[in-house]
Design a binder for this molecule. Structure first.
Ligand SMILES: C[S@@+](CC[C@H](N)C(=O)[O-])C[C@H]1O[C@@H](n2cnc3c(N)ncnc32)[C@H](O)[C@@H]1O
Length: 243
């Protein structure tokens, strides 16, 4: 029963994500991968969700593995030829190395403590080749403030009612997305997604403690520098030293 509920949640999530311009997002990821000094791209995607980006970027990579904490999200992939592994991005199970590791669409904001962010950097470092790139975007406060009201919505798919409540708690710097689901038989469940909206500068302070340096930090979807007023920042990291 629990599995069925999570499967419904994953398909509602897919439905809610349909308005996202994944084509543009995929083009941007491909351009970022071209900053590698090689044509052979061995890619690892962290928190790939239902595979909306994966199905678009797959053909550009020589080898590509997708991961997510949620099995039900990975089961939603329309392209079943892409290898998928259920794992926490702060606990990566890979022995082989990748030269392009990426995560998209606020997924890193799901790591709600600085300890977890540092753990992510440590784990990625172990799986990344010495000349590889780790890139991810983060949602910043202006994004939460601007978009929170647009994400309050409700609807019905396959007889299941859903309601999304989006609220940003400025004092805690936590953005909540609350999904209330009501099944045809009247059963209700609530799932709460919690994202930490770190200050722009906090990422740099944490990265100073890691073995990465920030090669670029772009205002997402562009190649201009981000700043604390940006809505979304795209970090391009490389290893500081060979290890
Ligand atoms: C906002 S969705 C983005 C999904 C996908 N990247 C996209 O662009 O559609 C966030 C994803 O992060 C995953 N996630 C959250 N915490 C995670 C963790 N610690 N490790 C791996 N995945 C995680 C969730 O299961 C969810 O699929």
């Amino acid at each position: 029963m629990k599995q069925k509920i999570y499967s419904h949640l994953a398909s509602i999530y897919t439905h809610l994500m349909r308005s996202i311009d994944y084509d543009t997002w995929a083009d941007y990821i491909i351009k970022l991968s071209q900053q590698l000094n090689t044509n052979k791209i061995i890619a690892l995607e962290l928190a790939s969700g239902t595979g909306s980006l994966a199905e678009r970027v797959n053909k550009y990579f020589d080898f590509y593995v997708c991961t997510d904490l949620s099995l039900e999200m990975l089961k939603q992939f329309s392209n079943n030829t892409i290898p998928r592994v259920v794992c926490d991005m702060t606990l990566l199970p890979f022995k082989n190395k990748f030269n392009f590791i990426f995560s998209a669409f606020d997924s890193v904001n799901y790591l709600t403590t600085k300890e977890k962010l540092l753990k992510l950097f440590k784990e990625v470092e172990l799986c990344l080749t010495n000349d590889g790139i780790f890139t991810f975007d983060v949602s910043l406060e202006n994004n939460s403030k601007r978009y929170q009201r647009y994400l309050n919505r409700k609807g019905k798919i396959d007889g299941i009612r859903y309601k999304q409540i989006s609220k940003y708690e400025e004092t805690k710097r936590i953005h909540y997305n609350i999904f209330e689901i009501e099944f045809e038989n009247g059963d209700k469940i609530t799932e709460i997604h919690k994202q930490k909206i770190y200050r722009f500068e906090e990422y740099f302070q944490l990265l100073d403690k890691s073995n990465f340096y920030v090669e670029h930090c772009y205002d997402a979807f562009t190649f201009d520098d981000a700043n604390s007023e940006s809505e979304r920042a795209q970090f391009i990291l490389r290893k500081k030293s060979k290890c």
